[in-house]
Design a protein. Structure first.
Length: 159
């Protein structure tokens, strides 16, 4: 993995924490627990992260971008990797293959938005969301665990 700048590590850390919180909140929703305002805010922020990922998907597919959203290609790469990892499990179960990545990401975003507004989402959709955010969080966490180049150079100089 290439070395990341401090800003990239900070963003990856923020996204890793957010993804983990979204995962935990979706699990609570799956259990039927009512979500408080803080948890609804977490889901809303998760939906915003997915909007940035959708922008990356649209950009890669050379499709018109949605207005008002930042494009995060690194987050898109991690989301795509998470989908591919989940797809490998799905293929082992002989389920539907991964086809339209943008459609899947938009559906996840819309599910999070619905949950954040107190609307119901099916058990199957919640299960998919939880698993996606569990894997996505792991990909962001790997970025955080890779020290930035400045620290590596200081470490080498000190040895």
């Amino acid at each position: 993995m290439p070395n990341l700048s401090l800003a990239e590590v900070s963003r990856a850390s923020r996204n890793a924490m957010l993804s983990a919180k979204v995962y935990k909140t979706v699990r609570r929703a799956r259990r039927g627990d009512p979500l408080d305002a803080r948890e609804q805010s977490i889901l809303s922020r998760g939906a915003n992260l997915l909007s940035e990922v959708v922008q990356g998907s649209l950009l890669i597919d050379r499709k018109p971008l949605e207005q008002g959203f930042y494009t995060d290609l690194k987050a898109y790469r991690h989301a795509l990797s998470a989908l591919v990892q989940l797809q490998q499990r799905i293929e082992e179960e002989k389920a539907e293959p991964l086809k339209d990545v943008t459609r899947i990401l938009r559906a996840y975003r819309d599910d999070l938005s619905s949950l954040s507004q107190g609307r119901k989402v099916s058990e199957a959709r919640l299960a998919g969301l939880a698993e996606f955010f569990r894997v996505l969080s792991a990909f962001f966490s790997r970025d955080v665990q890779s020290p930035p180049p400045v620290r590596q150079e200081l470490f080498r100089a000190a040895s």
